[in-house]
Ligand binder design. Structure first.
Ligand SMILES: Nc1ncnc2c1ncn2[C@@H]1O[C@H](COP(=O)(O)OP(=O)(O)OP(=O)(O)O)[C@@H](O)[C@H]1O
Ligand SMILES: [Mg+2]
Length: 236
């Protein structure tokens, strides 16, 4: 269970996250939805220790991780799959996956876990000796998610898995994320498209100007005309 309380975070004079609180119960899937540049990625970075939390607190499974290092946080099984596909282009699929198991504990179980990743993403198995730069955009996205799973994850944060992909590929990636979520993994997702978020998440948090302005199930939020107009651009 992740508990974020009044978190403020930013870069220099820019305060991108202006006091966000949210909790993600174990085994659930939550999504952050909001316009570009409103602090979603920064919140994930604050949780994973990549950006310093200026005030507020973050606890993971009852432990205060607000000031923990990135390595310590990863060791606890809280894995951040960053926006954009940060894979190593000149390394093979297999090598990229192996790099995901960089902690001692993860390295021990790497072989088994790679088998599990290949079960979720059979395309990666077919292409395991191929260099990452020769993968399609969708396959690279799968590799980025698969590499995160190699880290002995108990809680995954996926930043915009649908970014820049054709709708049919997004469907496929989402099917696999659903499978991961159904396996009992706790998931915090950033998604631009509220319909997509609603298809997966138990709870959606709408983020605007570094704050959560509304939370609810997809059904609740989509029933609201103002939200449909703002987030889906549908005028009624
Ligand atoms: N490394 C950085 N240095 C300075 N400012 C940054 C940095 N990263 C992000 N920002 C600023 O912080 C604010 C929030 O950015 P963030 O990346 O969290 O938004 P986002 O909601 O994830 O947007 P998007 O949907 O486009 O990914 C923006 O104004 C952005 O310009
Ligand atoms: Mg972002």
């Amino acid at each position: 269970m992740l508990e974020v309380k009044d978190v403020v975070a930013g870069y220099g004079a820019t305060i991108a996250v202006q006091g966000i609180s949210l909790s993600v119960p174990q085994g659930s899937c939550a999504a952050l939805v909001g316009p570009n540049g409103h602090g979603k990625t920064t919140l994930l970075r604050a949780i994973s220790g990549l950006v310093r939390t200026r005030s507020g607190s973050i606890t993971f499974d009852g432990e205060d991780i607000t000031r923990s290092t990135v390595e310590k946080i990863v060791e606890r099984g809280l894995i951040h799959m960053p926006q954009g596909d940060l894979v190593f282009p000149d390394m093979t699929v297999e090598e990229n996956l192996t790099l995901g198991a960089f902690t001692k504990a993860a390295a021990q179980g790497a072989k088994t876990r790679m088998g599990e990743v290949f079960e979720i993403f059979p395309r990666l198995l077919e292409r395991r000796t191929q260099r990452a730069r020769t993968l399609s955009g969708g396959e690279r996205r799968m590799l980025a998610i698969g590499r995160g799973l190699m880290g002995d994850a108990r809680f995954i944060m996926i930043d915009e898995p649908s970014l820049g992909l054709a709708p049919v590929i997004v469907d496929e990636v989402y099917r696999q994320i659903r499978r991961i979520a159904d396996s009992g993994m706790t998931v915090l997702l950033v998604e631009e498209n509220v319909n997509r978020a609603a298809s997966l998440a138990d709870v959606i948090h709408l983020v605007e100007n570094g704050e959560i302005v509304r939370s609810g199930s997809g059904e609740e939020l989509l029933a609201d005309r103002a939200i449909r107009e703002t987030y889906l651009g549908v005028a009624e």
